[in-house]
Design a binder for this molecule. Sequence first.
Ligand code: QUE
Length: 345
Amino acid sequence: MTVKYELKENAAILTLTRERYLNTLTLEMIEKIDKYLRNIAKNKNIHMVIFKGEGKKSFCAGGDVKSFYEEKYKNTNILRKNFFYKEYKLNYLIRKYNKPIISLVNGICMGGGVGIAMHSNLTIVSENVTFAMPETAIGLFPDVGSGYILSKIKDNIGIYLGLTGKRLNSSDLIELKLADYCIQYEDFEKIENLLVKIKTKTSIRKIIKKYAIRTDSLLFPSLNKNISQTFKYKSVEDIISSLKTFKEKWAVEALGALEKNSPTSLKITLKQINLAKNLSLRDELIMEYRLSQACMAGVDFYEGVRSVLVDKDFNAKWSPKLLKDVDNKLVLLHFKPLGKDDLTI
Ligand code: QUE
């Protein structure tokens, strides 16, 4: 069992139960969640959905991208064809759902986990959360509709997060409004037991507010001005030049990340998030699906997964290797409509 379904008083509780793999999402899990949500939507006795992750370490560390690497050496194309298609449709379903969805997030929340937690009506984080959209490290781009979310954060901070894969903690998430409330992990069970008893949105907020704790971010807003200045540029090369004028830790770290991540991923991600500023979530997901198919047709994704998750040498050999060799034609190719193969929502 990879997703546990429990009916508890007025709520359906969906728990990701692949603890050994940090609850990373498989295609089977995506299909199960989709089916559960469609059934819950029709059930008049269920008034809310709660998402959580099994174990203390992780809500969800992303998609099970290692399985793509394995599929590459088989004759099947099941994941390539279906995984992102179904995942992005699920992200949309969560965002537009007809009942409150509450994500109780503790531990790691990256990639696909962000696509569940941050499209929910309420994202509750414990004091112990590590958030990231780290896909440019594996030759992908920030997906699951995160382009939509990141593009709406002020001062180009979303571009900073998407390009560098910067890890954030719970305080940062609250400050950026990527999460709604912070509640101590030891209170999660109590909160869950109170939530399942109620039926209205206003009483949900009331209960949660009672347990919410104050947090203070060390990064924001103190870095906003510098990040805004640096990540306003429309080319990755210009962002790098601007970063080099700063000597502080945040800039040195960001520069290190940009020098390590896939040059192609960086260029498509910058364009993606800038375009997403003017897109609906639906149109963003359609664009992301085109990007996902282009990445899977290329080489960096497989090389990235190999270097970070299979061999763990963290020494990817990107192709093209240098930013200057990723020409605009190659970037634009990633955004090309797929005709009958486009995502339909
Ligand atoms: C970038 C990513 C992912 C990542 C690391 C990155 C990602 C992902 C995982 C992951 C983590 C633990 C597992 C697993 C996969 O790591 O998307 O199978 O057990 O799922 O730098 O995008």
